[in-house]
Design a protein around this ligand. Structure first.
Ligand code: NAD
Length: 503
């Protein structure tokens, strides 16, 4: 592992191109989840800090919006090169602040860079549409424009990738963008800000306002902010959507999840088991695409649970920065308590604890073991609520239709996976299941940057999703122009091509 630069551990606000001192604001500690040590302090910004950031962003916006899209894209190309140069540093910051292992952290950075690559195509993505002769002598054209000042509020579990879901698209489209990172994982954002400055982004086009609830509410109520992109838990997503919309903003709010993995009797067992374990326990289960409920169809349940138990029990518990660690810590001690409480609840509700990870396997940090709760039903809280930890619930059913019925009983609709080699079963499942991201023998069905991140039901509030063309539409608005000319074209010498032009 390469050394992390000390200066990244200073969490400051970036306002109008200036990295600000804390100004005596209250702070919240940032922990290394692998050791439990405090590594930084997040300033808890106030409405006044946000006001200043919006003011600077509004001053900077017209110049950036008027910058030709090819020049804006060049800043993104430089940003992409700098992200590649600092790839390992970013990866290690993600591991430090979030706790996930180096492979997952590197994967997160890579997926974020892919959105930057997508946004480098902004000259094409910003194109409108045209129709000629829509009536006699009349043409119809649309043009895309940036919105103004926009904001993003992001969660702790992907401190680099989730900001990068929206930042390059919003900026490439010509907006001024304010980021409010998770107060629990604010470090990666600092490096992103430094690299954007180095890439030549004008001051005020990217700002960071750190903080928690007060900063979020200030964003939602601020009249100078046109659009808000939120990613986080369901209750906060709902709040952001309601309050943001009530203040006249365009809002996309990506929320929580409870994703089923349906396993059919014809599954390729060894490959599926590896995949399921990685989906359920990777990043300590703290992924919105984690497979958190295994729905076993028919006689596969007993051998499957047995194989999963063996595999999950054998996972190497350890810090993300240690080679070979498979089960990394959860984000905070309080979160570990919450996950433990869910396991107690499951037990009381009648689930069978076939693997119990409640006892901390290491003294330092916020580690817990892998848990499997068997014979869970849709009536149990552990079958329906998001636990967001290394806990896999197993539901046993007799048919694919029962598996789909269980899945559709969830209020969430983020993702669902199916494990089978039967194409007809896959088609039946796809046509009937209520989830926005589908995986066939893929446990974490993450769409590529050029597709929308597509939760439905209670996993998403809004109309346009993040990433892909949806993301471009979210951060732009159209003008649609209808044109006709009253006069006839007169003689025009310019259209007579000179002989020497050669062309
Ligand atoms: P969270 O909702 O606690 O926090 C998200 C953001 O909201 C943070 O920036 C935080 O400061 C702010 N916030 C928290 N409480 C608030 C309040 N009461 N009022 C105003 N703002 C508040 O989420 P988290 O714990 O950081 O992240 C985990 C959650 O995010 C999980 O539910 C996970 O499923 C979800 N998530 C969803 C997606 C998706 O694409 N659907 C992706 C990643 C994470």
């Amino acid at each position: 592992m390469q050394e992390t630069r000390e200066k990244n551990l200073e969490v400051r606000n970036l306002i109008g191109g200036i990295w600000e001192e804390g100004n005596g604001r209250a702070t919240e500690p940032v922990y290394d989840p692998a050791t439990g040590e405090v590594v930084a302090e997040t300033p808890l910004s106030t409405a006044e800090d946000l006001d200043r950031a919006v003011e600077k962003a509004r001053e900077a916006f017209p110049g950036w919006a008027a910058t030709p899209v090819v020049e804006r894209a060049r800043v993104l190309f430089r940003f992409k090169m700098l992200l590649e140069e600092h790839f390992w540093e970013l990866r290690d910051l993600v591991t430090l602040e979030n706790g996930k292992d180096a492979k997952d952290a590197g994967g997160e950075v890579r997926r974020g860079i892919e959105v930057v690559e997508f946004a480098c195509g902004m000259p094409t993505l910003m194109m409108g549409e045209s129709g000629r002769d829509v009536a006699r002598g009349v043409d119809n054209v649309s043009y895309r424009y940036p919105l103004g000042v926009v904001a993003a509020i992001t969660p702790f579990n992907f401190p680099c990738m989730v900001p990068l879901w929206t930042l390059p698209v919003a900026i490439g489209a010509g907006n001024a963008y304010i980021l409010k990172p998770s107060e629990r994982t604010p470090l990666s954002a600092v490096l992103l800000g430094e690299l954007l400055q180095e890439a030549g982004l004008p001051e005020g086009i990217f700002s960071i306002v750190n903080g928690a609830r007060e900063a979020v509410d200030a964003i939602l109520e601020h009249p100078g902010i046109e659009a808000v992109s939120f990613v986080g838990s369901k209750p906060v997503a709902e709040h952001v959507y309601r309050v943001g919309a009530a203040h006249g903003k365009r809002v996309q709010a990506l929320a929580g999840a409870k994703n089923s993995m349906i396993v059919m009797p014809d599954v390729v067992m060894d490959k599926a088991v590896d995949n399921i374990v990685s989906s359920a326990y990777g990043n300590a289960g703290e992924r919105c695409l984690a497979g958190s409920v295994l729905v076993a169809v028919g006689e596969i349940a007993d051998p499957l649970v047995e194989a999963l138990k063996e595999k999950a029990r054998a996972m190497k518990v350890g810090p993300g920065k240690e080679e070979g660690s498979e089960l990394t810590p959860v984000i905070r001690d309080s979160h570990r308590e919450r996950v433990r409480e869910y396991i107690h609840i499951g037990e009381k509700e009648g689930a069978e604890v076939v693997l119990d990870g409640r006892e901390a396997p290491r003294e330092e940090g916020f580690f817990m073991g892998a848990t499997i709760l068997d014979r869970v039903t849709g009536e149990m809280r552990v079958g329906r609520e998001e636990i967001f930890g290394p806990v896999l619930s197993v539901v046993r059913v007799d048919t694919l239709d029962e598996a789909i019925e269980f899945t559709n009983g969830s209020p969430f609709g983020n993702a669902c996976s199916i494990y089978t080699e039967n194409g007809a079963a896959v088609r039946h499942w796809r046509e009937n299941v209520e989830a926005g991201m589908l995986g066939v023998n893929v446990g974490v069905a993450a769409p590529m940057a050029f597709f929308p991140f597509n939760g439905i039901k209670d996993s998403f509030y809004g109309d346009l999703h993040a990433t892909g063309k949806d993301g471009v539409r979210f951060f732009t608005e159209n003008k649609v122009e209808v044109t006709r000319w009253f006069s006839e074209p007169g003689p025009n010498p310019a259209v007579q091509r000179p002989v020497e032009s050669g062309g």
